[in-house]
Design a protein around this ligand. Sequence first.
Ligand SMILES: Nc1ncnc2c1ncn2[C@@H]1O[C@H](COP(=O)(O)OP(=O)(O)OP(=O)(O)O)[C@@H](O)[C@H]1O
Ligand SMILES: [Mg+2]
Length: 421
Amino acid sequence: MEMTQWWRGSEDILLLQGAVRSGKSYGASIAYIMWSMFQFNNCEFIFVGQTYNAIMRNVIYRLISVIKGTFKVTLNKSEGFMTVQCTVNGIVRKNTYWIFGGGKDGDHFKLVGSTMSGAFIDEAVLCTRDVFEECKARCALEPNAKIWGTLNPRQPSHWLHTEYIKKAEEQNVKVMLFFPEDNPAMSQAAIEKLHRSFTGVYYDRNVKNLWVAGDGLLFQIIADDPERYQLKGNIPAFSRINIGVDWGDGKSEQSLTATGILPNYSGVVALRSVKKDVKGLDHTKIMQSVVDFTQGIQRDFGKVSILMCDVPNTNINSARTAIREAGLNIPVDRAYKPPIEERIPVIGRMLGLDMIKYIQGESDNVKTALAEVVHCPKNPEVWDDTGTSDINSLDSFFYGWSDNMSQFSRIRSSELGGRVA
Ligand SMILES: Nc1ncnc2c1ncn2[C@@H]1O[C@H](COP(=O)(O)OP(=O)(O)OP(=O)(O)O)[C@@H](O)[C@H]1O
Ligand SMILES: [Mg+2]
């Protein structure tokens, strides 16, 4: 309720800080449309998220499905805007909402231009500070303009925390806090699952709603109880078996990991993981080691679907040739390598939900790497890659399923208690 009335107060900016899935984007975007439609006519507004696709997916499509009964909505995807229209006492009211991505350096240049009457900034911590400041500048000339932002907490040194949330009064900001229990669409079972899907610092941020920096072990949950992640009983049926390849160089070892993908992306099993010092080996021998590993996996676990390799491309091409010349009909491709800070929460979620298993005596390297990897002291959002743990095994394991990272990280609507579309 407070969310729909805050704009009557003197603050210019509302920041909805909260746990994931607590209903911030959903509730606030509807309130933003209501406010803008009843306070303004023939005016322009902003919707911005980390990327254009993210704001469309997290906010716009859902918003349209909710408001289309009350308003006439026209979405122009190619131009990146929508118009919303209604008729009050025979008089037509209509506003335009420009939709942008704001997570990359330089994204704020897209916002430069006309005066806006309001801005909705989804995932404000993932937008650049320039985008935030540009939204303020666009709204500065309209006395009744308001900025609405949603966010999950991050490291305490983040600019949005130090410059706006900590200085809320001085900056004329209203902060509202949200918790998973605040979302009426979440069943008790869904809330419990949400609690399990975050570990360590990500639990503190995304469930407890705290600004905390990462420190020490990244995946405490597997360090505390490695046996929980050991595959017990028979090898299950897989939809695919993929091999991830991380090439060694002068300093690091080569790592090869085969991973079984469970049906419906319900989890992964690290089947076998080997490390090899390749410093003294020529190219032919290195490629032969990949062929040997692949043949061993096919012999012991079943058909391999694909090899996903790190760059350089020359190595990928050589591996493709070696695999073909060995009579193996298996595609060899370049591994998908999203930024480390995006990988960590997905791995954490999968561990929390028991979606990762290893086989004792076969893929212990993966278990050990997960249990020992630590936050980078200089940038706690990424892992430390200075030899404190075995990042090569982590990488080759990850390349086996990174292509499907979004399927593994998706919170399905059925997990929200089946009560949302
Ligand atoms: N009041 C509500 N009534 C019905 N459904 C709701 C309500 N609030 C939220 N939902 C549903 O719950 C889901 C999560 O809501 P939303 O995306 O707004 O969460 P959020 O707090 O923005 O999460 P995140 O931090 O992950 O961005 C959505 O699928 C939305 O449709
Ligand atoms: Mg959201």
